[in-house]
Write a protein that binds this ligand. Structure first.
Ligand SMILES: Cc1cc2nc3c(=O)[nH]c(=O)nc-3n(C[C@H](O)[C@H](O)[C@H](O)COP(=O)(O)OP(=O)(O)OC[C@H]3O[C@@H](n4cnc5c(N)ncnc54)[C@H](O)[C@@H]3O)c2cc1C
Length: 304
């Protein structure tokens, strides 16, 4: 199922009847303080909540064999959370010490709810201690609380080609790009989806985005229909690549390569080009090796 279908299947973001009582108990004062500090978005370095913000789990929809969209209700149903594209949320479940970070797939303008696309690891966590958080998330019941402990990000997209980037060496810097190349792996597509939604939603934003998304096999490819639809706007180009294609697969095959970067990314000597990378350390290291070999300098790419 595409993300758009998931959204269209929800008649309204208003809480279902069983949640109506719960909304009264949400900590609205705490949310207002956050929203006031945050008219358009939070600072790139992030906001850590001393008292975590309580969200309410509403429901979920399956988007691939292993991934679900989880919908959470925000404290105020008429306001968005206030994130900017590139920022992420960190969640905690009530009975677990651990927390995990996610990049929302709902639009920054969506009022009253937050949608996360999460891969649920199926490993038996009682045996191997991996995958516990996502399995607990998957087992939530309508009305259960989850806690937002932090909103953060090392960079964000301000729109119309402008990025704010926070680096260890230089602190905050601004970058204006007319051509943006995105390379993601697996669920890291969520990071890229935020930028693509932003450019799609703003008719005046003519920045050209080109996405290469890497997966294991065709059934892992996420948000395909949504990305193909976005591609029709003409501002976005999209090329999924899988390591193990089947006979039906018509897009790219293999891993990240010089040929993919040369075909889909801005050129090394383009001062208005920027490449953003999101995925495993192995994947980003492989990309950087290729980018450096092709003559890109450090200002031209950024790991999310
Ligand atoms: C900024 C940021 C944004 C993120 N955004 C998203 C997002 O939008 N969506 C999303 O799904 N995730 C996202 N993540 C990852 C997320 O935070 C969690 O790490 C993820 O959900 C796994 O949590 P877990 O506790 O269930 O698994 P963990 O206990 O952390 O274990 C998962 C790890 O174990 C490995 N693993 C699992 N099963 C096996 C197995 N059978 N054999 C070997 N290895 C195995 C996995 O490869 C993975 O590395 C993001 C991470 C960061 C830092």
């Amino acid at each position: 199922m595409s993300y758009l279908k998931y959204v269209l299947n929800k008649p309204s973001v208003a809480p279902c009847s069983s949640l109506k009582g719960i909304i009264q108990t949400l900590d609205k004062a705490q949310y207002k303080t956050f929203a006031q500090k945050n008219p358009l978005g939070v600072p790139v370095q992030g906001v850590k909540f001393t008292d975590p913000l309580k969200l309410i789990y509403m429901d979920k929809g399956n988007v691939s064999t292993e991934c679900n969209i989880f919908r959470f209700m925000l404290p105020e149903i008429n306001k968005p959370l206030g994130l900017r594209p590139g920022e992420y949320v960190t969640l905690k479940l009530s009975d677990l010490e651990d927390f995990r970070s996610y990049r929302p797939v709902s639009s920054i303008h969506d009022n009253g709810f937050l949608d996360l696309l999460v891969k649920v690891f199926s490993t038996d966590y009682s045996q191997r201690s991996i995958g516990e958080f996502t399995q607990r998330l998957d087992a939530l019941k309508e009305g259960d609380p989850v806690y937002l402990t932090e909103v953060a990000g090392s960079m964000c997209y301000e729109g119309r080609g402008k990025f704010s980037i926070c680096t260890e060496d230089e602190g905050m810097k601004e970058k204006i790009a007319k051509k943006v190349g995105l390379i993601s792996e697996g669920t890291s597509i969520t990071a890229m989806f935020q930028f693509l939604q932003a450019v799609e939603e703003d008719p005046v934003d003519l920045t050209a985005f080109s996405l290469v998304s890497l997966y294991g096999n065709p059934s892992d490819a996420l948000l395909e229909d949504d990305l193909l639809r976005m591609q029709e706007s003409g501002k976005i180009s999209y090329f999924p690549v899988v390591e193990s294609p089947d006979e039906m697969w018509t897009h790219g095959e293999g891993k990240i390569s010089e040929a993919l970067i040369e075909s889909f990314m801005p050129e090394p000597d383009d001062p208005e080009g920027l490449i953003l990378l999101s995925g495993s350390n192995q994947m980003t290291d492989d990309c950087i090796d290729i980018l450096e070999k092709l003559g890109y300098n450090k200002d031209q790419y950024q790991i999310l």
